[in-house]
Design a protein around this ligand. Sequence first.
Ligand SMILES: Cc1cc2nc3c(=O)[nH]c(=O)nc-3n(C[C@H](O)[C@H](O)[C@H](O)COP(=O)(O)O)c2cc1C
Length: 160
Amino acid sequence: MRISEQIFPRVVALIVSTDENEKENVMTASFLMPVSFNPKYVALAIAEERLTFENIKKTREFTLNVCSEEMKEKAIICGSYSGREKDKFELAKLEKEKSKVVKPSLIKEAPISFECRVEFMKKFGDHWLIVGRVVEEHVRKKEFSPLLHKTGNLFPSLGK
Ligand SMILES: Cc1cc2nc3c(=O)[nH]c(=O)nc-3n(C[C@H](O)[C@H](O)[C@H](O)COP(=O)(O)O)c2cc1C
């Protein structure tokens, strides 16, 4: 059994990163957790083969954009292709918004977006644990139903 079928549901977010030439990419992630209230820190686990990992290792910045239930199809698209083969912003019809502090953009559809700077990275098994300090936050909606993930394309609803 995969660990994703054993520890669930997990909130889904879109992670935006850039390469050294500021070319942007977006990927779906559900291996994430809050780490600290004040200052705010978040942790992600990202597999080494992702373009997102390569970008974050080089630039040490990302934005984390929490997905609402309505963003399910967009999250599936951003989790199904690599930015090495497709422009997922275009494919998923995502609207970008300029960040205040970091280079990667924000996703306008997301109810909550964090701008993050990486302070810690370490490999554990087949993923890297990445801890980011939230240097700016954007709250577009306080009340929303988060998109929840189990494994693969299984997204359990609250109360079901
Ligand atoms: C709902 C969902 C959650 C995912 N969560 C993660 C995750 O937390 N970490 C990870 O490395 N990959 C995760 N993935 C897989 C990546 O999103 C996928 O491999 C993506 O194509 C990588 O894109 P990139 O190469 O452009 O970075 C998830 C996929 C889906 C659909």
